[in-house]
Design a protein around this ligand. Structure first.
Ligand SMILES: [Zn+2]
Ligand SMILES: [Zn+2]
Length: 370
């Protein structure tokens, strides 16, 4: 069903594009996305309007759609309370073609195909000024707090958030805006370690396969991958994992240390459940580091005395900053980052794709192509 957005202004059309824009919007938490037609906005000031060519579907879209996170111990974090308002167009992995720009937007021309950096902050606080807009306390993340890419058009507030694709096709490029920069940011937190010894990556979904590609491009020794799903373990091995282990095997821990042929000092947990974080912590020797990225939810599983006894570091990693996405796209432009499997779907399959993601039916990344 397509319904007109209540009170939406008609696009004035000075951008020369179709005056109607179709978006798949979350009208309420947990409710199916609705196809909504509205006026195509005219960019003002530094804004840039792009026609969406590819919109990646990410696990965090599911969390936003479901309205919150399980904090463990019977507690839940409500995204409504955290300032996420509906209606909202999801989608934070977007690549598109510039169709119009406001009078103060410099450096973009209609026809440019760009990747959108979505982790936009207030732009003025000390955190934003040092370049970490992804950590801003007043986020304006596209597809989370502001409208994103599950649409045929998207408005980006400033050209600086648009990255060159250097000839890469939009469908392959879109996932770098979240799963790419997220795994790149997490791998950087392990420092030089990745070149010296194998690491463990927990989770072989879109993020897991992406981390294998980027790890290799960064000159890493490789990763032992953990996933409970046999199909995903197979996909990880095909993408170059050193070994793939079922985290639910009773002897998963000893399988991990055997596969690594030594201690594992670096673990990236892309799942973020109590079980995955327990396994990731237990495999660490003294001085090891666990980087948690996944937001599956649950309570912390570690015995507190073991954290000082092991002198372990447990660090969170949340997407990545604009500079990190630029570095990643430079790495991609060298051809060193192998492409991960991508399934393309039409924009009108947004609901079905979210459902498939929730059921674990997708290998690699799903990308909507309006
Ligand atoms: Zn994401
Ligand atoms: Zn800020």
């Amino acid at each position: 069903m397509i319904r007109p957005e209540d009170g939406a202004p008609e696009g004035a059309g000075s951008n020369g594009q179709s005056k109607r824009m179709k978006s798949y919007r979350m009208v309420d938490f947990g409710a199916p996305l609705e196809a909504v037609e509205s006026g195509t906005p005219d960019p003002t000031g530094t804004q840039v309007l792009l026609r969406v060519r590819a919109a990646g579907v990410c696990h965090s879209d599911l969390h936003i759609w479901e309205g919150g996170y399980d904090l463990g111990f019977g507690r839940r974090m409500s995204l409504k309370d955290r300032g996420i308002a509906v209606p909202l167009t999801l989608g934070h992995e977007t690549a598109g073609e510039v169709v119009a720009a406001g009078p103060e937007a410099r450096g973009v021309r209609p026809g440019d195909v760009r990747l959108v950096y979505p982790w936009i902050g207030c732009g003025t606080c000390p955190v934003c000024r040092r370049g970490d807009e992804n950590l801003c306390a007043k986020p304006r993340f596209l597809g989370v707090y502001c409208d994103g890419g599950y649409s045929d058009h998207i408005t980006v507030p400033h050209p600086r958030y648009l990255l060159d694709l250097d000839g890469l096709d939009p469908v392959s490029a879109a996932p770098y805006a979240c799963s790419g920069v997220t795994t790149y940011g997490a791998l950087k937190k392990l420092g030089d370690l990745i070149a010296a010894e194998p690491i463990v990556v927990i989770g072989a979904g879109g993020l897991g396969l992406m981390s294998l590609s980027i790890l290799k491009a960064l000159g890493g020794k490789g990763a032992i991958v953990v996933d409970v799903d046999a199909g995903k373990r197979r996909a990880a091995l095909e993408c170059g994992a050193l070994a793939a282990i079922d985290g639910r095997d009773p002897d998963a821990l000893s399988q991990l240390t055997r596969a690594a042929e030594g201690p594992v000092r670096g673990v990236i947990d892309l799942v973020g459940s109590s079980e995955s974080a327990a396994l990731g912590f237990d495999v660490l020797p003294k001085g090891g580091k666990l980087v948690i990225v996944g937001l599956f939810g649950g309570g912390a599983p570690w015995a507190l005395p073991l954290i000082p006894i092991k002198a372990a570091t447990i660090q969170g990693s949340y997407v990545g900053n604009l500079q990190e996405l630029r570095e990643l796209m430079e790495l991609v432009a060298t051809g060193a980052v192998a492409r991960i499997p991508v399934t393309t779907r039409g924009l009108d399959e947004a609901n079905a794709t979210l459902a498939d993601l929730r059921e674990g039916n997708l290998v690699g990344r799903a990308v909507l192509t309006p």
